[in-house]
Design a protein around this ligand. Sequence first.
Ligand SMILES: Nc1ncnc2c1ncn2[C@@H]1O[C@H](COP(=O)(O)OP(=O)(O)OP(=O)(O)O)[C@@H](O)[C@H]1O
Ligand SMILES: [Mg+2]
Length: 176
Amino acid sequence: MNELILMQGCPGSGKSRMAEVLRQYYENLEVEAQIYSADRFWYECVGDDKGRYDFVPELRYRAHQWCQQGVLGAMKIGIPVIIVDNTNTTKKEAVPYRVMANLFDYAVHVVRVDPGVEECIRRQASRPEDRRVPEDIIRTMHGRLETLIPDEPDFLLFNTPWSKLTAPFEDDTNTK
Ligand SMILES: Nc1ncnc2c1ncn2[C@@H]1O[C@H](COP(=O)(O)OP(=O)(O)OP(=O)(O)O)[C@@H](O)[C@H]1O
Ligand SMILES: [Mg+2]
């Protein structure tokens, strides 16, 4: 059965890194896995410089629609593993993906990445200024992390120090 993996976690928790670890894991098994993220919208769809992070708060909804459309396209052509690299802190955020998974018969898994709120805040310091999320927003998001799928047997919780999983990547995703 095809699989939809919903990453969940605060900014700085390590979702993008974990998503890439998962993608590589599947690649080694010769299974195609694609990552979709609303965050890519700011690089690819806003502003003149396609490599620059142009965040426009009013377009947040569009960013999520764009991400959902990407996932829809991937499901239509039957990509075997689709990873949604968004914060997904509330059930509401995950609903469109769960509906699509239902329609296209994808099994849904949630990978929560949570090194603790203080660590998420600490990691903001090393980010470029335009990628930093204010401390109060991170605290709010961390406080409202909802269980996305109650009674989900495959709910995975990753809280493992990076070094225990694999060697760090050479290019740090955090610098983007
Ligand atoms: N398991 C880990 N142990 C130590 N450092 C980590 C771990 N996972 C990620 N990091 C580091 O934490 C920072 C944030 O990681 P990452 O960009 O993956 O977070 P994110 O959850 O995707 O954030 P955002 O929601 O803002 O995109 C990076 O500098 C990364 O190198
Ligand atoms: Mg990320």
